[in-house]
Design a protein around this ligand. Structure first.
Ligand code: G1P
Length: 294
């Protein structure tokens, strides 16, 4: 049985749901409650048993890789700012996983970013986690990447997560056309990147969590740019679903689209409600606010 021990986390491009960030602060470094988005994403991978995490970062994204470095300056600053908790979280990651960074020298899209991870991935299967989405299994449930890894290790077939979206959101996502094989599990029959709602009957969108067998790398190596002049991961997944096969599954974990303005606010509120130091005060505030808004 093939085990999934590696993951690629591509830095976000200027996608359709771009949350403005300054030139010096990539959006993965924006804080949700008390940690940058990228830390939540890396923690999801580590919880799923991933040991080698490849960060793919392009121009202006140094802060992401720097964050995981052992750095006297950063650690001293975190301690001085009373952020021992954040330091503990980063230290835990460093103990459990290798963080490797690879530079994407040209902004040629998500498919190209994934291909940049090839020297580390080699012939092995791997997970892909998009760096601007946060997913969390609450109450002891496994997170989305853990669910995908389990499915891949049981079936040996590449598996992606899907979620139902409304008509108005179809053109923001990759969309999978599927046939249900059992409850919550599907065989993917086709895929489209950001179609118009009229171009597909499917409302199953790709929220940015994938586990692939290594053949996707061969497909990506010969992929040509399409939408926006970029090498789209979705196009290569379409080739995969028609060759070795591709499964999809829904998930039970919470998901926050932290790369979107509303999603970013929701992630802050919901994760702050789970935070022992903030939760009860924030809940009181929200209840009072709800009264005022009535
Ligand atoms: C990317 C992918 C798309 C996926 C989306 C999820 O698009 O290309 O298939 O559904 O992420 O966030 P982007 O948002 O980078 O434009």
């Amino acid at each position: 049985m093939l085990k999934v021990k590696k993951a690629i986390i591509p830095a976000a491009g200027l996608g359709t749901r771009f949350l403005p960030a300054t030139k010096t602060v990539p959006k993965e470094m924006l804080t949700i409650v008390d940690a940058p988005i990228i830390l939540y994403v890396v923690e999801e991978a580590v919880q799923a048993g991933i040991e080698d995490i490849v960060l793919i970062a392009g121009r202006g994204k140094h802060a992401i890789e720097d964050f995981f470095d052992t750095s006297y300056e950063l650690e001293d600053k975190l301690l001085k700012d009373g952020k021992e908790n954040l330091l503990e979280r980063v230290t835990r990651i460093r103990e459990k996983a290798n963080i490797i960074s690879i530079r994407q020298k040209q902004a040629l899209g998500l498919g190209h970013a994934v291909l940049c991870g090839l020297p580390i991935i080699g012939n092995e299967p791997f997970a892909v986690l998009l760096g601007d989405e946060i997913t969390m299994g609450f109450h002891g449930e496994p997170n989305v990447t853990s669910q995908l890894v389990k499915s891949f290790e049981e079936t040996g077939t590449s598996t992606i997560s899907v979620m139902k979206v409304e008509d108005k959101d179809v053109s923001k996502y990759g969309i999978a056309e599927v046939e249900e094989t059992s409850r919550g599990f599907f065989k993917v029959t086709s895929l489209m990147e950001k179609p118009k709602p009229s171009e597909t009957k499917s409302r199953w969108a790709l929220p940015g969590r994938y586990v692939f067998d290594n053949s996707i790398m061969d497909i990506l190596q010969s992929a040509k740019p399409t939408l926006n002049g970029e090498i789209q991961l979705t196009d290569s997944m379409k080739v995969l679903c028609q060759s070795k096969g591709l499964n999809a599954m829904t998930f039970t974990a919470e998901r926050y689209d932290a790369g979107d303005k509303l999603g970013y606010l929701q992630a802050n509120i919901e994760l702050a409600l789970q935070n022992p130091a903030l939760g009860s005060e924030l809940k009181n505030y929200i209840l009072q606010l709800a009264q005022r808004l009535k």
